[in-house]
Ligand binder design. Structure first.
Ligand code: BYC
Ligand code: FE
Ligand code: FE
Length: 483
């Protein structure tokens, strides 16, 4: 093992970047730290500040063994600055600087574009923690509560990751941006978070699971694209963040899967064969499959909006500059400059959906979104396999790209999940068949009871197949302190 893999604990901030000998940045981070802790206490998980949570902490950035598990009080979690080790001779994988040595400093001409992307990335991290602030109180088990808090502390660490870049490479305005990241608030009227989906509510645990499945997966795709950056410190940061992201999506996929499984088991036990008999299914205290589809529709479409416009000069500029690449850029077999290439993008004119080829350079967002859709489809297939295994005739589907969109070609278009174009009035009349209604929300809320007995689970969700860190079923993942 080389030194670059190891995390040093010789400063208050664990790191593998030699922070103890970088006094300027260490001082800036130490100055920012108390504000972060205040933010955590005021906007992070509500309550639970004194409780011992069985969390993993990074002790190395070696993908094979980076984590140590232990009981920690969340405000005492060691949020660190962890970068994947530098690759000797790494070159810029795309755009007009293709093949040149990656930058170790920010090139002056790209400074503001780079800062904007880092700030947007940074802004989503605390936003998600804010959105999930109240969920601990209705956790369906200690296992799920622990997973929520694990995701929360890691999103907190992702904020640290971006703040480090701002403070090390962007001087006074970087420090200013770092402070602003603690001031914006998810859902605030005056100072909202930057991107749409991060100002929505995460009101219940099914939303949490859908969010970590669909929205954290946008995080994965954006991090994959930024991991291609010619700005090497950004690339290295994102590469380590991706190893954490995998767990967030695992929490989402298995959470939805366990919800589906419990519903199917309860239906079978009660002899209910019609999945659309919503009242009968709900009377069993489980979430009916059509409502799960509605939640999926909501979170998937909110997440599609996070990719920006299908055709975007911002995205073209970032690619051309070598600041943001495509998903798995080095594996793509082309010139990596997109000089003459085209890419198909849907258009919506006069109530008709048509696909046209546009210059691929301008369709970078669309391409990443397509890669995202492919990636997201995998879990949906596995959810359907659970339904099928229980002999129930129902299939979950990803809705059409034009359904319920607020950004891009289909902004506000009255399109159904199946891709049919309606009149705005027809669409509005059917909205509650496709998206969660107030009544659906109230029903799900009624199931959100807290279960804190080790090894026990709320009635609407099945237990996981295996524990975290191979712990047995009745392991006490959170030791709740009773005052
Ligand atoms: N909401 O040219 P366009 C994660 C703005 S999630 C509000 O298409 P671009 C995580 C846009 O800013 C990953 N506004 O934009 C997940 C632009 O404004 P200006 C987060 C939006 O730049 C779960 C204008 O509309 N990381 O990590 O091509 C838990 C025109 O749009 C939205 C990133 O996003 C929106 N949804 O693409 C925790 C990576 N979309 O310039 C964490 C960094 C667009 O006209 N960000 N606008 O004022 C980017 O790469 C790009 O900024 C975007 C937008 C892909 C987001
Ligand atoms: Fe994150
Ligand atoms: Fe995440």
């Amino acid at each position: 093992m080389t030194e670059a893999w190891e995390v040093s604990y010789d400063t208050q901030i664990p790191n593998n970047i030699g922070l103890s000998s970088d006094r300027r940045v260490l001082k800036a981070l130490e100055k920012w730290h108390p504000g972060y802790i205040d933010w955590w206490k005021g906007s992070g998980p509500d309550g639970f500040l004194e409780d011992l949570v069985y969390l993993r902490t990074a002790i190395s950035v070696d993908p094979k063994g980076w984590a140590k598990f232990d009981y920690v009080k969340m405000p005492e979690y060691r949020w660190g600055i962890l970068l994947a080790p530098q690759v000797e001779g790494r070159v810029i994988p795309c755009g007009q600087h293709y093949g040149e040595l990656a930058w170790q400093e920010v090139p002056g001409e790209y400074r503001s574009l780079m800062r904007r992307l880092i700030v947007i990335q940074g802004d989503t991290e605390p936003a998600s923690v804010e959105q999930q602030r109240y969920l601990g109180k209705t956790a369906p088990s200690l296992y799920d509560m622990r997973n929520l808090f694990q995701v929360n502390v890691e999103e907190g660490r992702h904020l640290w990751a971006m703040v480090y870049l701002l403070q090390k490479y962007f001087g006074a305005d970087g420090r200013e941006e770092a402070n602003e990241l603690l001031k914006r608030q998810s859902g605030s009227e005056e100072k909202p978070r930057m991107l749409g989906a991060f100002n929505e509510e995460t009101p219940d645990w099914l939303s949490f699971f859908m969010f970590t499945y669909f929205t954290d997966r946008d995080g994965k795709m954006q991090l994959e694209a930024l991991a291609q950056s010619g700005f090497d410190p950004l690339s290295r940061t994102c590469r380590f963040m991706l190893t954490e992201e995998a767990h967030h999506m695992f929490v989402g996929e298995t959470g939805v899967g366990r919800t589906i499984q419990r519903t199917c088991e309860a239906m079978n036990a009660a002899g209910i064969t019609d999945p659309n008999d919503i009242n009968a299914v709900r009377s069993l205290g489980v979430i009916d499959l059509p409502t799960i589809q509605k939640k999926l529709n909501l979170h998937y479409t909110l997440s599609l909006d996070l990719f920006g416009r299908e055709v975007s000069t911002n995205a073209a500029n970032a690619f051309n500059a070598g600041i943001k690449g495509r998903y798995q850029e080095p594996k793509i077999d082309d010139d990596h400059m997109l000089t003459d290439a085209t890419y198909p993008v849907a258009e919506f004119t006069d109530g008709k959906i048509m696909v046209k080829d546009v210059p691929a350079l301008t369709a970078i967002n669309m391409r990443l979104r397509d890669d995202y859709t492919n990636d997201a489809a995998g879990g949906v297939k596995r959810w359907n396999a659970i339904i099928k295994k229980h002999g129930i005739d129902f299939e979950l589907n990803l809705p059409h790209e034009g359904f319920h969109r607020k950004i891009g070609v289909f902004e506000g278009a009255p399109i159904t999940p199946g891709g049919l174009v309606l009149s705005p009035e027809e669409w509005a009349a059917k909205r509650d068949e496709w998206l969660p209604s107030k009544a659906d929300g109230d029903f799900i809320q009624s199931l959100m009871v807290t279960v804190r007995e080790p090894g026990e689970y709320a009635g609407w969700i099945a237990p996981p197949r295996v524990g975290i860190d191979n712990k047995p079923g009745d392991f006490e993942y959170v030791q709740i302190y009773d005052a």
